[in-house]
Design a protein around this ligand. Sequence first.
Ligand SMILES: O=C(O)CCC(=O)C(=O)O
Ligand SMILES: [Fe+2]
Length: 236
Amino acid sequence: MTIDNVVGTIEVWLGFMTADLFSSTQNEGCAEYFSEYTCLFRGGLLSRMDDIISELENLLLSEPFRRVVTPAGNLMSVSMSSCGAWGWTSDHAGYRYVSISPATGMPWPDMPVTFYQLAVYFAGQAGYHDFKPDSCLINCYRPGSIMGLHQDKDEADLSAPVVSFSLGPGAEFMWGGTERSMPWHTIHLYHGDVLVWGGKDRLRFHGVRRVLPEWNPWTGDCRINLTFRKTEQSNL
Ligand SMILES: O=C(O)CCC(=O)C(=O)O
Ligand SMILES: [Fe+2]
């Protein structure tokens, strides 16, 4: 790796870069680094879009997007669906993973093989081998939807990365530190992008500040984000 291609790939990350980055083999298949543990594959999904969208449409028939409330009783602006053995949900009792969809009373739809294989592939390219996601949360951001700064920490296995697919209108993704009070930087996520974070970055605060008012031929005005996680819940 040359200094040129490192510099060319970093949008705003200079403050977070460490000397480790230059000697790291953690994510040597990575396209763009944001740190040693976070990697972006711009447009990584574009060649598979037909398959992804048709699987998505199919699973949304049995598990449509729905809005959930936070434990404090606030309706989230993002609507959600899930597939895989475990689905993330929230209500007055708290944030958690469940194996039965609260909306349908049925197990969540199976995770499509295409989704699973792509998530495993990009995790591997980012240096996270043996990733076996058992949950895929699907978020739909309509114009005006946001997701506040948060950590993904409801998974029992924090050694596995989070693999995130972005579809549809672009978004300003906030990428912060391991404390809420730390400054955050903007990573622009666009249609077809894959972002993978894990290791020391696994508990970084992050969120979506804004979704661009765009119309996308595949998803219309809805930004869809899929996050693959290994939850390793034990009471299945
Ligand atoms: O929409 C995104 O890009 C991130 C979603 C997210 O952080 C989450 O679902 O936990
Ligand atoms: Fe998150």
